[in-house]
Design a protein around this ligand. Structure first.
Ligand code: TRP
Ligand code: SF4
Length: 329
């Protein structure tokens, strides 16, 4: 039986951190074994907010691709590509734009939120309003059935479904399938200060950090503040941010031991976090190793091209069909 096709994209807006890795990417890597996966770098979507300073986008795109490979996305298992390399996305975006009511876009909650959040940027542009139409084109051009995304993307996916439905209704053909969100449980990855790990909060551990930086950052994690001395018993599960990182990297048994020793005041925070940083480093080292090998091979462009060629074939086929449906050619 043919595998179900899924698709997702990531905007190239900076280096990856542990939050991406333990959340979205871990999930994408596992999905490779079950589905026919299309994963792409959404550089045009990055441009909707970065159009004033676009110089970093291509550098971030290359970086993102190398990071994807080094964490375990595979150009053999999945179709990995760059959005702007497949111009057909833009053509479908244009065609879908013709039939998408402006009101659908204006009432999109993500749109309103982003405009509020990114007040320092002028996002009153046609391109930013049309963000979900481009996203719909990304998905529908491959007729993907499922889209692994976070909760924040659900409104965009609903719009994609509405656009697909409207196309099918207008041209009296069951052409585009309505894609569904593939929501997975993503653990909350805490940053150094206890807020969600994010580049913009300045609390993240990046894949590109050095060994020294990783150690320093782990040591800076907030611990049980009601425990100024080692001799005070701690409450790791309720009051310690570092423990939320421990949860991700330790076995059940090891976690239990930390909890017990911390509660009995046998384990101090300095020692505890030192062990944790070793563990984080152990997790990062094979990734760094693969990254170095890729750097040496210098053929990342060829690896990306493999996915571009495969994606392009399918995308141009869809465009041909869509044009003949609309223009009755
Ligand atoms: N909007 C998505 C995000 O910000 C990225 C994206 C672009 C995407 N096109 C997509 C995700 C298509 C899934 C499917 O994360
Ligand atoms: Fe947290 Fe470890 Fe300190 Fe306990 S010993 S409070 S788990 S850092």
């Amino acid at each position: 039986m043919a595998k179900v096709r899924i698709l997702s994209g990531m905007r190239p807006t900076g280096p990856l951190h542990l939050g991406h890795l333990n959340g979205v990417l871990k999930n994408w890597i596992e999905l490779q074994e079950i589905y026919e996966c299309f994963y792409f770098i959404a550089d045009w979507h990055a441009l909707t907010t970065e159009y004033e300073n676009p110089d970093k986008i291509s550098e971030y795109s290359k970086e993102l691709f190398l990071e994807w490979l080094s964490v375990g996305l595979s150009p053999e298992k999945s179709i990995l590509f760059l959005q702007s390399a497949i111009k057909e996305h833009a053509e479908l975006y244009l065609l879908l734009g013709m039939l998408t009511p402006v009101a659908w876009l204006e009432r999109n909650p993500t749109y309103k939120e982003m405009i509020q959040e990114l007040k320092h940027k002028d996002l009153a542009t046609y391109g930013f309003l049309g963000y979900p139409v481009l996203q719909a084109a990304d998905i529908l051009i491959y007729k993907a059935k499922k889209v692994p995304v976070g909760l924040d993307q659900v409104p965009h996916l609903e719009l994609t479904r509405e656009i697909a439905r409207r196309f099918n209704y207008l041209y009296k053909i069951e052409y585009f399938p309505e894609p569904e969100a593939l929501l997975s449980e993503v653990p909350k990855i805490p940053g150094i200060d206890g807020r969600k790990m994010s580049k913009s909060y300045g609390n993240a551990i990046f894949l590109i950090d050095s060994e020294k930086e990783v150690r320093k950052k782990v040591e800076a994690y907030i611990t049980d503040i009601a425990r100024p001395r080692k001799s005070d018993p701690g409450d790791p599960e309720n009051r310690c941010v570092a423990f939320n990182l421990i949860r991700l990297y330790y076995s059940e048994e090891e976690k239990k031991e930390v909890v017990e020793d911390c509660k009995k005041a046998l384990l101090g925070c300095v020692e505890c976090k030192k062990r944790l940083s070793e563990r984080v480093l152990k997790f990062l080292e094979p990734i760094w190793e693969r990254r170095k090998e890729l750097e040496k091979r210098k053929d990342w462009k060829d690896l990306l091209q493999i996915g571009i060629d495969k994606a392009k074939k399918i995308a141009s086929q869809t465009l041909e069909e869509v044009n003949s449906i609309i223009f009755k050619k």
